[in-house]
Design a protein around this ligand. Structure first.
Ligand code: MG
Length: 255
């Protein structure tokens, strides 16, 4: 009987630890206020030369530099951003654009270049919003200081990049992002938070971090239940930032 109890207790503990391992808790970032200027600035790392990564055979090409067929504005209008020679450019004031398709877990490649103007948060600010909700910041962070959780490759308002691998403004840069979406219970409570890995110009800058919830300006709002797949947003922050070579791989089948 005693052996049976010991076995059952061990089995229960094992099951509990497995459950904990599979369901990471939402971290507390209380150590740092949102946009805390005293948070340490990431060390500067000069990236290697390569930027472009051609899409692999199973990728969905979202933008090849020739048309906006896979994009629209949030109200359904045709894209009013500029289509230039092989890239798109934010047309300030026209609003965010979003993919017509929706995605959950993805691998995303995107290239971008900021204008050579402005300072702080007003130097080429844009953003890659996974599931329309979770922002990987786009900004000129080359010799342009801002609060660390708002610089290029930050998970806006939550995590500064591990290092600052920025190139100068006007030069093309890349993000390679692995995003695992949040999961929700039937009643809308959080079952599993979202996780993000980011390479900036080939350098690891976000290592499977656990998001605290949606991105917010001066706030860290809690998770709100949403669909399992949502469009990708690109932000219009009133500056003519450019994007090219955008492709995505659907990882939902890998779960
Ligand atoms: Mg932004």
């Amino acid at each position: 009987m005693q052996k049976l109890l010991i076995f059952l207790t061990a089995a229960l503990l094992f099951t509990a630890s497995q459950t904990i391992a599979q369901t990471p808790a939402v971290p507390s970032l209380d150590e740092w206020e949102v946009h805390d200027p005293d948070r340490p600035q990431p060390v500067v790392v000069t990236p290697g030369e390569l930027t472009s990564a051609p899409p692999p055979s199973d990728a969905i090409v979202l933008f090849d530099g020739t048309h906006f067929e896979d994009w629209m504005h949030a109200n359904g209008d045709a894209v009013k951003w500029h289509l230039r020679d092989g890239y798109m450019e934010v047309n300030p004031g026209t609003g965010i654009i979003q993919t017509k398709r929706s995605f959950g877990d993805v691998q995303l490649h995107i290239e971008w270049a900021t204008p050579n103007s402005g300072t702080g948060q007003d130097s080429g600010n844009s953003g890659v919003y996974l599931m329309s909700t979770y922002e990987v910041q786009v900004l000129n962070s080359f010799e342009n200081q801002t609060y660390p959780d708002g610089q290029a490759a930050s998970l806006y308002g939550q995590y500064p990049p591990l290092v600052n691998a920025s190139r100068p403004p006007s030069e093309w840069q890349s993000y390679d992002i692995v995003f695992r979406r949040p999961h929700f219970e039937e009643d809308g409570t959080l079952k599993k938070p979202a996780r993000v890995t980011v390479f900036h110009n080939g350098v690891l800058v976000q290592d499977n971090v656990i998001l605290t919830g949606p991105s917010g300006h001066r706030s860290r709002p809690p998770y709100r239940v949403h669909e399992d797949a949502l469009p990708l947003f690109l932000q219009d922050h009133n500056e003519p930032t450019r994007f090219r070579n955008i492709w995505i791989r659907d990882l939902e089948a890998d779960m």
